[in-house]
Design a protein around this ligand. Structure first.
Ligand SMILES: Nc1ncnc2c1ncn2[C@@H]1O[C@H](COP(=O)(O)OP(=O)(O)OP(=O)(O)O)[C@@H](O)[C@H]1O
Ligand SMILES: [Mg+2]
Length: 394
């Protein structure tokens, strides 16, 4: 057979090829390694954020995160194994006033819920995704601390009744919630008067004598949707509006007056009601467990970081307790809570029952008249909504 020669004419032209970055020294870390990459002209840290997944595959590691940047360079951390697989043997521990170590972050650091730096949290997820587990962890971690715990349990009391011994108040019906929220607004008013008297902007100010510093209150809400949904709009409209307004007031002013919210829900859509979006804006700590729809992940994380939404959608249902979390550093992390059985949280609640301040003590004697105190004028809200927290003792 004769060889066949094919003549071809090709035109070659320059194509843009991605230039490999210059890398700094590879430094080992307990979970893998860190390396600095120098940016080419025109690149930004964002360009790296967008390709971290690809880098993880290329480097054959579990994940790559951008841990910090300076002009012209980014520092990347690669983890070889998933630290979240090692959460099983850990314990939930208190870590200073109003701080709880609830599990692990993907960078191997503790997963800390710190109400002093992030006063209000939104905790969402599909059913069985681990929302209540995280609430249990917080109750276990807060029970030994000098704080008051309050439960709003719109699931008929099944979630928080076991912890009754450590709760200063528990509401299981919406009408009770409205009254309890009215009391909380009343407490805010009383604390506001105290702060005005001492000319301070928040209850943590050193000018306020320790002896009269009010006790912090952590409010747990399970199934937030139930607060807003109306079976019979004609009769329930007013009650829902009162609940929404008061909850928003507590969220706006809670930081200054030591009242903190931990709100759980399967879904948080603006369709739930008018107040939901305004409330969400105040709940700056976000925990998004596995969810069944993009919409919920977006409602929880989308206003903070679009990549966090994509990460949340990849959480596998066979790892309950795993979540995408945005906390004090405003960056998102994968996190997994320690598994805390209801019995464990219940045992902690019983054990520290004597630390429970009575509701009468918190409201300053006889229950505050709800109608009298429910509304706070806008001016008062403006005065204390952004308390100067610089003086907060650590
Ligand atoms: N961090 C975790 N580690 C291991 N297992 C967990 C973890 N968190 C939750 N689970 C398991 O998942 C189950 C469901 O968790 P949980 O009750 O917290 O879900 P939920 O989101 O509150 O669901 P629902 O919306 O139905 O109340 C728990 O019974 C527990 O066995
Ligand atoms: Mg639950």
């Amino acid at each position: 057979m004769h060889g066949l020669m094919v003549k071809q004419r090709r035109k070659l032209h320059r194509v843009q090829v991605e230039k490999a970055p210059r890398l700094g020294l590879i430094r080992p870390t307990p979970l893998g390694f860190q390396v600095t990459a120098y940016l080419h002209d025109g690149q930004t840290p964002e360009d790296y954020e967008d390709v971290l997944d690809k880098l993880a595959h290329a480097w054959r590691v579990h994940c790559v995160r951008l841990v910090s940047w300076k002009p012209g360079r980014v520092t990347l951390a690669a983890t070889l194994v998933d630290p979240l697989d090692t959460v099983a043997g850990l314990e939930v521990t208190a870590d200073g006033l109003l701080r709880v170590r609830a599990g692990l972050l993907d960078n191997g650091n503790a997963y800390v819920i710190d109400f002093r730096t992030v006063p209000h949290w939104l905790n969402v997820g599909a059913t069985q995704s681990g929302k209540s587990n995280l609430a249990n962890a917080l109750i276990k971690g807060l029970a030994p601390q000098p704080v008051a715990l309050v439960g709003f349990d719109l699931k008929g009391g099944v979630e928080f009744t076991p912890y009754r011994a450590r709760l200063s108040a528990l509401a299981t019906e919406r009408s009770e919630c409205a009254a309890l929220l009215g009391d909380l607004v009343g407490i805010i008013k009383a604390r506001m008067a105290l702060c005005r008297q001492y000319r301070v902007k928040n209850i943590w100010h050193p000018r306020l004598p320790d002896a009269i510093r009010p006790i912090p209150i952590v409010v747990f809400v399970d199934e937030m949707a139930e607060l807003f949904l109306m079976a019979d709009p004609d009769n329930e409209k007013e009650e829902v509006a009162a609940v929404a307004t008061r909850l928003l007031r507590v969220a706006q002013l809670g930081r200054a007056f030591g009242i903190y919210l931990f709100v759980c829900g399967q879904r948080v859509g603006s369709d739930l009601g008018k107040g939901v979006t305004a409330l969400r804006a105040q709940l700056t700590g976000r925990v998004c467990h596995m969810v069944n729809d993009d919409e919920t992940a977006k409602m929880c994380l989308g206003d903070m970081d679009r990549r966090a939404v994509a990460a949340a959608r990849q959480i596998s249902p066979d790892r309950p307790g795993t979540a995408v979390v945005i906390g004090s550093d405003s960056r998102w992390h994968h996190a997994r809570s320690v598994h805390v059985l209801e019995e464990e949280a219940e045992a902690a609640a019983e054990r520290y029952a004597e630390l429970t301040p009575s509701w009468a003590l918190l409201t300053g004697g006889p229950a505050i008249n709800v109608n009298d105190t429910a509304e706070l004028d806008e001016q008062a809200v403006d005065e204390f909504a952004n308390p100067d927290m610089d003086e907060v003792p650590v």
